[in-house]
Write a protein that binds this ligand. Structure first.
Ligand code: MF3
Ligand code: CO
Length: 256
């Protein structure tokens, strides 16, 4: 069942969404050659606690990993797609890209968002990967309107990514969000004719999160049981926003 939110609930989700945005904007300023992903983790955790919120990822049980995720951020560098873990040993260097994904729970409601940033100067092809992924998310957000179907969102991502010569990761998907981090429906970044295709209705909130590989779409999980990487070692980008379906069109909760 897809839970629909009232206007009052959306206002609460808005507060969680804006906190996530504030954190990511702070981290955006800090990302540069020489900083470690653990440095980013420490800043984010302090901001979440200071706001009186709770990190959504830290302690979250993920069945596929058979364990609770231990950090407030996922920091996925270069060929890492998602679920990269912050580390004091991971020093960002010129030419890297880093996806920063975080979520919070405040007053019972979740927010979840991700951005991918270049470190220093990256190759033109890598700039294009980041731009195409960000644009795919915007095109998908535009489809989050009452009367459209879920496949309009999935198809918008897939079409933009593949027409630009990149590929969409199949093993990880977006999701509904509300009083749980992960609610129905699952939101693939491709049109999956076998999965349900609900009509979008007012009050639904969708965490749309394209994960795009520069090369082949296949992924694998590293022996740490968490880090998902592109099998062919190509760079991967990831952006995510929480979007409410409203009578006035899409409302992106995770940016002002
Ligand atoms: N944005 C991701 C998601 O919504 C990150 C979750 S990391 C986890 O699935 F470890 F908490 F699962
Ligand atoms: Co998410």
């Amino acid at each position: 069942m897809i839970v629909r939110k009232t206007a009052a609930e959306l206002e609460k989700m808005r507060q969680s969404g804006l906190l996530v945005w504030t954190i990511l904007e702070e981290l955006r300023k800090l990302v540069r050659e020489g900083i470690t992903t653990q440095d980013l983790e420490a800043v984010a955790e302090k901001m979440i606690r200071d706001a009186g919120a709770r990190p959504a990822f830290k302690g979250y049980y993920v069945p596929a990993a058979g364990a609770k995720y231990p950090f407030v951020l996922c920091t996925s560098v270069n060929q890492e797609i998602v679920h990269g873990m912050p580390s004091a040993k991971r020093v960002l260097k010129n030419g890297d890209i880093v996806s920063i994904d975080t979520g919070v729970e405040m007053n019972g409601y979740y927010g979840d968002s991700a951005i991918t940033l270049p470190v220093g100067e990256v190759k033109p092809e890598t700039v294009r990967l980041i731009e195409v992924t960000a644009r795919a998310l915007e095109l998908a957000i535009e489809k989050a309107r009452p009367g459209n179907r879920l496949s309009d969102i999935c198809g918008a991502v897939q079409e933009h990514v593949e027409s630009n010569g990149f590929s969409v990761v199949r093993e990880y998907v977006g999701h509904g969000i509300g009083t749980q981090l992960h609610e129905e429906p699952q939101i693939p970044n491709y049109v999956d004719r076998k999965s349900e295709n609900p009509r979008l209705k007012e009050g639904m909130v969708l965490a749309i999160e394209p994960m795009v590989n520069a090369g082949r779409p296949e992924s694998q999980v590293l022996p740490d049981h968490w880090t998902a990487v592109a099998k062919d070692g190509s760079y991967s980008a990831h952006f995510e926003h929480c979007v409410a379906v409203t009578a006035n069109g899409p409302w992106v909760l995770t940016r002002p």
